[in-house]
Write a protein that binds this ligand. Structure first.
Ligand SMILES: Nc1ncnc2c1ncn2[C@@H]1O[C@H](COP(=O)(O)OP(=O)(O)OP(=O)(O)O)[C@@H](O)[C@H]1O
Ligand SMILES: [Mg+2]
Length: 502
């Protein structure tokens, strides 16, 4: 049954205890993509133009609530504006913040009803309720953003100035009818958001990262840098993070692929998750951390805490931007360096963006097996190049070969995530970093996603499969952790060649 696995058995393998340190000479396995140029993730699978039925429904399509997303008439905004101005004159808004949300709302309701009666505004009860909601959101919350923040099906909210708000749902970006009164209102809301985490955004410091109380990640860039009004980007925080089983349901990975990832997490492979913006890297990292043993001491380093580890022994660290005087910054490099003095068993870096990659790689090959991080890149090969250039960015003047040897000695597996053109998110490669051939890093794909075509609705159809490598490099690790049977099973079950041969 494991014929090819047996055939490869004579190849030298690193035992888990020897896996750190300098890489071995060129591997004896045949690397699949060796010096191939970087390729976009979606181009890697062999696409054929054939129209076929989709294998799986890619993502669930929950019915989004319709309320408040339709564009309102200019008259509505004019009425709201005049009532809002009258309200500001009638009550002391700063006093409202001392009341609980319910009491403050009741107070506003009474005053707004009085103003509507006084001004003789003609409105139906439901219009009046909508107006009241809008005004309460403006005064007490995040204004027109509130209905979007309340929706669970939205992944990203992107505000490009007062009049343009885009959202991403089910992998697709669409424009909403939501508008702010003007850029001043938008700027006030941005200010309110960032002041909650003790930061400030204005002309003199126009770029700011922050977090909403629910954990959503926020970026604001204000004029004069942003030309058409403040630009606000929110990555909505999902309380219930997706699990590998859910990714299987969505078709992002096959059940066997999910088991493979589970084994990779469990057997302490050093993993880099690679992917484009919003491709699901952090989600995948979070999924992998679920399979870490509960006895391990884990240290996470993030720019904005997004990971939700379930284990009891976790230390969460967050970077800090400089203050207004440009002082006090704590970078990711500082955090990763400090981690090493904290007796970590695994180090998890939310997003590796710069020179900290050097420290992470050092950690990976100095006994912190099972460390993980994500890198922004479109293919496993590009991910290797990115690591090299990030090390160069740090001013390390190491010969290219040394840097590559360091990468090979540290990283075991690259998992590639991609958001395909139909909006679906898939895991497109599970690739091992095998060794060096001359000056070139060799890799081998053990699991890939093939695009087979698309259905009439433009939905991409494809399949996940193992590449037929019977004995991947992580085999010895799997054996060490008593997982080799499961590894063999999931590779065999997803081997299309064997399945077709019966
Ligand atoms: N396989 C998936 N199927 C459906 N939705 C997903 C999947 N993976 C991630 N998502 C959703 O997509 C959004 C973006 O995911 P995530 O934050 O993991 O992406 P990212 O690659 O880390 O983004 P960034 O580059 O901005 O850090 C989240 O709302 C997440 O819940
Ligand atoms: Mg992320």
């Amino acid at each position: 049954m494991f014929g090819r696995r047996g055939n490869n058995g004579d190849q030298p393998r690193k035992a888990p205890s020897q896996m750190s340190g300098a890489p071995e000479a060129a591997p004896s396995v045949t690397p699949s993509p060796t010096v191939a140029p970087p390729k976009p993730a979606y181009a890697a699978p062999q696409a054929s133009p054939a129209k076929v039925e989709p294998v799986k429904k890619p993502e669930p399509t929950p019915e989004p609530p319709k309320q408040n997303s339709s564009r309102r008439s200019p008259e509505y905004y004019a009425t709201k504006s005049s009532i809002f101005n009258a309200l500001v004159e009638a009550i002391d808004l700063s006093q409202l913040s001392r009341l609980g949300p319910e009491d403050a709302r009741d107070e506003i309701r009474d005053v707004v009803n009085d103003i509507i009666a006084l001004k003789n505004v003609v409105m139906s009860i439901s219009e009046q309720e909508d107006l009241l909601d809008d005004i309460c959101n403006d005064v007490l919350g995040y204004g027109p953003l509130e209905p979007l923040l309340a929706r669970d099906d939205i992944a990203d909210i992107m505000v490009n100035g007062a009049e343009t708000v885009f959202i991403e749902t089910n992998g697709m970006v669409e424009k909403t009818g939501i508008q702010f009164r003007d850029n001043k209102q938008l700027m006030n809301i941005c200010q309110r958001i960032v002041s909650q985490v003790g930061r400030r955004v204005d002309e003199s410091s126009p770029i700011c990262d922050a977090r909403l109380p629910d954990g959503s990640r926020v970026n604001v860039i204000a004029p004069p840098l942003s030309l058409d009004g403040p630009s606000l980007t929110i990555r909505k925080f999902k309380k219930d993070k997706l699990t590998l089983d859910q990714l299987v349901q969505f078709g992002s990975i096959s059940p066997e692929g999910a088991r493979l990832l589970e084994i990779i997490g469990r057997v302490r492979c050093n993993v880099i998750i690679s992917g484009g913006t919003g491709s699901g890297k952090t989600t995948l990292l979070n999924c992998l951390t679920r399979y870490i043993d509960s006895t391990e001491r884990i240290i996470t380093c993030e720019d904005s805490a997004e990971l939700q580890l379930q284990q009891p022994h976790v230390v969460r660290l967050e970077t800090r931007p400089p203050n207004l005087e440009g002082e006090g910054q704590i970078t990711m490099t500082d955090l990763v360096k400090n981690c090493l003095r904290m007796r970590p068993e695994r180090i998890i870096v939310g997003e590796v963006r710069g020179p900290e990659v050097f420290d992470l790689l050092q950690a990976m090959n100095t006994g912190h097996d099972g460390s993980m991080g994500t890198i922004h890149s479109n293919s496993p090969r590009e991910c290797l190049k990115r690591m090299e250039s990030m090390i160069a960015m740090g001013g390390y003047t190491l010969p290219a070969r040394t840097v590559r040897e360091m990468i090979v000695g540290s990283v075991d597996v690259i998992v590639q995530a991609a958001r395909l053109r139909d909006g679906s998110r898939r895991i497109t490669h599970v690739t091992e970093v095998v060794g060096m051939e001359g000056d070139v890093i060799t890799t081998q794909d053990i699991f890939v996603y093939d695009i087979l075509g698309e259905d009439a609705n433009g939905r991409i159809a494809g399949r996940h499969r193992s590449t037929g490598i019977g004995r991947p490099q992580l085999w010895e690790r799997a054996r060490y952790f008593n997982e080799e049977q499961r590894l063999a099973q999931c590779l065999d079950a997803s081997d299309v060649g064997e399945a077709m041969n019966g």
